[in-house]
Design a protein around this ligand. Sequence first.
Ligand code: NAD
Ligand code: UGA
Length: 483
Amino acid sequence: MAISIKQICCIGAGYVGGPTMSVISLKCPDIKINIVDVNKERIDAWNSEDLSKLPVYEPGLKEIISKTRNKNLFFSTKIKESIESADMIFISVNTPTKTKGVGAGKASDLKWVEKSARDVARFAKGHTIVVEKSTLPVRTAEVIQKILHSAEKDSLKDNIRFNVLSNPEFLSEGSAINDLLNPDRVLIGGDNKEAMISLSKIYKNWVSEDKILLTNIWSSELAKLTSNAFLAQRISSINSISSICEVTGADIREVSRSIGKDSRIGSKFLDSGPGFGGSCFKKDILNLVYLAEYFGLKEVAKFWESVVEINIWHQRRISEIVVKKLFGTIANKKIVILGFAFKANTNDTRESAAITICKNLIDEGAYLVIHDPKVKANQIEKDLQIKQILEEQNKKETGLKNQIGKWQFSKSLNIFNDAHAILVLTEWEEYKYIDWHKAVQKMVKPSWVFDSRSIINAKEVQEAGINLWRLGDGSQNNEISNF
Ligand code: NAD
Ligand code: UGA
């Protein structure tokens, strides 16, 4: 018989664990949920009275937290107690690409998953359903099962029994709450029908039955990697076409609009941008590449690897265009960077295109003033691995006009003074409303706006007398020659 779930433990209070469990707590008030993490600072932030200090920024998240926290949703570092009392345990820990050893640079590092499985094996009591929420290489469930089964055989433990399920998460950051409330599908992979029913019962509280797909565990694991690989592939495809637009006089927005009308292609994920970022696309594709190489499928590995290679090339291409347009040198020139998060509506900067592009520009000697409404200066400092030079210190040491290869963060958008160029890297809504007639008065002439997200009011920028470069817009290219 399917067990009815009264207590859940989620191991990992990150971008997935936090929002996912918040939504379950909202929709299943009778289930008690303990989210645990080894990172005390993160747990303290989740428990912060001031909801603007939650460690994850997602529209709609703080409203849910304010309703369920300390009612049926609890954040703590009490891993042992929370595992002991749970009927169902979600493993939602990080699975980054390995940096050392076998498979370095491609395979996922499973040390956090393994540690979680060992904790579950050690502390769980009775019948426990273990759910893989993290994105994992195909056949990871086997590893988890082996660890748990060795605990089942331990004669010192009474009646302990486990079922392992795969339940990959498809939420996107920035729209996580909406994605969780209205998912396209919920995927549950497993080989134990009753355990699968127990998990699907939770989702049925708000997701219609036809959207809950039950499958075998390996297909579920592979479907998650494939889903991300397909999405990333669309972005690399459209970004590669944007470079063709720029040299042929075509416009990527028109090309996207036109191909998106084909119902077989569809209109989503066709926005050309500075290159995909986020913690998962690159790592999940590289994981797929590793899998293909491992099974001797060289051509398959090469195909998927090229999706990542185009993305890297594309980011470099954008930095080079900025340098080229500013007369081949940006040394000692102030460039304003609008947006550092890997996409709008999140404070996450993992693999953000802004990191590579800003590093490239700093290497060329530019002085960057970086604005982002949600990312903090210390995060940018970690990502760039270059210390921020504070204005006061700056004035004292070098004078504002002599700041080669440095950067500074600004909370305000009042930063266009003496800027040679403005580069838009994240599509934050507020950048649409910049008054370009005012901005140009403060900038060095000729002034430039580089828009890698096509969100700036192009007409107004041009009317203000600012040179505009938009990604994939060949209509502004005066150097197109017939071929
Ligand atoms: P994250 O780094 O934000 O959070 C993971 C958390 O797990 C961290 O807070 C870490 O301290 C904690 N942790 C690690 N080992 C632990 C242990 N042994 N015990 C307790 N806590 C531990 O990662 P994330 O973005 O939430 O991603 C988690 C997983 O979900 C990854 O596999 C990722 O691929 C997948 N995923 C992420 C997203 C996304 O949008 N971020 C979407 C879908 C799937
Ligand atoms: C992605 C997937 O969309 C989720 O389904 C998946 O659950 C998640 O990865 C994961 O496994 O982590 P996420 O990375 O949060 O979600 O955000 P996306 O909206 O997919 O954007 C990824 C990157 O692609 C961003 O840098 C974004 O700016 C870029 N992008 C997206 C484009 O450049 N153009 C587009 O049309 C769409």
